[in-house]
Design a protein around this ligand. Structure first.
Ligand SMILES: CC(C)(COP(=O)(O)OP(=O)(O)OC[C@H]1O[C@@H](n2cnc3c(N)ncnc32)[C@H](O)[C@@H]1OP(=O)(O)O)[C@@H](O)C(=O)NCCC(=O)NCCS
Length: 185
């Protein structure tokens, strides 16, 4: 997924149809995402990609869920939503998930999906479109830059493992620190 190709012979564009997702596509989209968002390559995406994520976005905003189809097979998807703030005239669009079958990447499918998604957003009055990517997902970052995204902001993910009990700080350590503080005052 993070393969970044240098300049070379351009691959033949794939002959795909981009259309609105329907309920029969749910399983295919989910399984395609499972192949893309793997724990070893994209841990944050892996953690949040599941059946409920796909079904939730579809139920909430089916008009912003697109699939790319080739020979009756789902080979890509774009799933998004919009956010309107109270007391703000601005409407934001969020492209939450974008994926293309590994064997068909770099053949223009992502671009086709994105352009259709962007058209829907513009028609709906969205002023700003947001995407996020893991910092080491160079292919996605290059893709989004090519689509016109800029102004990257850092966002740090922290995690807390709740399955292992946290050890209370040792009394000895505290005592030493207290003694040190006392002796230096
Ligand atoms: C990101 C992704 C959707 C791009 O889809 P794609 O169909 O391969 O992209 P396209 O062929 O339309 O590429 C358009 C442009 O993006 C850039 N790009 C895409 N893949 C690239 C790669 N592997 N290396 C470098 N640049 C890349 C190029 O600038 C390309 O333009 P060019 O062909 O004129 O050089 C695809 O790589 C993917 O599914 N990745 C895994 C899932 C993911 O990380 N999704 C994003 C976060 S949710």
């Amino acid at each position: 997924m993070v393969v970044v190709e240098g300049p070379g012979k351009k691959k033949k564009p794939a002959n795909v149809t981009v259309r609105q997702m329907d309920v029969d596509d749910l399983a295919a989209v989910f399984h395609l995402g499972e192949n893309l968002f793997k724990a070893e390559v994209a841990p944050n995406l892996y953690r949040t990609w599941d059946e409920y994520e796909v079904a939730g976005l579809f139920l909430e905003d089916s008009e912003y869920c697109l699939v790319a189809e080739m020979d009756d097979r789902i080979v890509g998807f774009a799933l998004g939503t919009t956010v309107s703030k109270t007391r703000s005239a601005w409407k934001y669009g969020h492209l939450v998930w974008l994926g293309v079958d590994v064997s068909l990447q770099t053949r223009g499918i992502g671009e086709k999906l994105f352009h259709q998604f962007k058209t829907l957003m513009v028609e709906d009055g969205v002023k700003i479109l947001l995407v996020d990517s893991e910092a080491n997902n160079l292919a996605a970052l290059r893709f989004f830059r090519k689509m016109g995204f800029g102004n990257p902001r850092q966002h740090i993910y922290l995690s807390l493992n709740l399955s292992t009990p946290r050890r209370a700080p040792s009394k000895k350590g505290n005592g030493n620190r207290a003694a040190k503080e006392r002796s230096s005052s």
